[in-house]
Design a protein around this ligand. Structure first.
Ligand SMILES: [Zn+2]
Ligand SMILES: [Zn+2]
Length: 209
């Protein structure tokens, strides 16, 4: 049997695991695991991740439902300012018991020999994600590391903005248009630029006369 690894993300769940129908609240801060984003947008390793929710025991495993909140750092895609804001995500995840995990991995076949199996399939089928997470040591512990990482990797914005209506930078001179809302350049229509120059030239010649 593989050695059980207890980490900062291991949560004791034996009190609910033994009896279907039991619930256990979880309100705890965990360090952010590595590998969530990069310097452009991400969550720094060891940043505080607040996890609030509960484990519900079903026949073949545990369902975790709740939310996760972590401080995200990013650079605004429009105006380049640093963004520091909390990223919060609702989470539903299935932690199957090791014995039923292989079955669950095989697409949760709907043979349904009895009602209990079907109940698990229905609940599992409601998950947004198909990811399964490990229960270790005969269902005594849940490991949240992968769940935290997956949750926030999926949640990181592709185009982070400091605010939804960020006006960005002036494409001509780079000035921040949020701080200078009235900033603009006098537009010269290139089709008439030549005529304007000619007009100026004629006026200059007239002045000389
Ligand atoms: Zn911005
Ligand atoms: Zn400008």
């Amino acid at each position: 049997m593989a050695r059980v690894e207890y980490t900062e993300w291991t949560v004791p769940v034996a009190q609910v695991g033994s009896r279907p129908g039991q619930t256990m609240d979880l309100n705890k801060e965990f360090p952010a695991p590595s590998g969530i984003g990069d310097s452009y947008v991400g969550i720094k390793e060891n940043a505080p991740v607040q996890v609030d929710g509960h484990f519900d025991s079903i026949v073949d495993g545990l369902i975790f439902m709740g939310s996760m909140t972590a401080p995200m750092h990013a650079v605004c895609a429009r105006c380049d300012v640093d963004i520091d804001q909390d990223l919060k995500r609702d989470v539903v995840a299935f932690f199957p018991y090791e014995s039923s995990r292989a079955e669950a991995m095989n697409g949760r076949s709907s043979r349904g020999k009895n009602g209990k199996e079907q109940e698990v399939e229905i609940i599992a089928g409601e998950e947004e994600s198909e990811d399964l997470y490990p229960l270790i040591d005969n269902g005594s512990f849940a490991d949240l590391e992968a769940l935290i990482r997956d949750t926030f990797v999926d949640a990181l914005p592709l185009q982070p903005t400091c605010r939804p209506d960020c006006k960005g930078l002036c494409p001509q001179c780079g000035l921040d248009l949020n701080e200078n809302p009235d900033h603009h350049h006098d537009q010269v229509d290139m089709r008439f630029a030549g005529l304007a120059a000619l007009k100026q030239q004629l006026e200059n010649e007239q002045d000389e006369d």
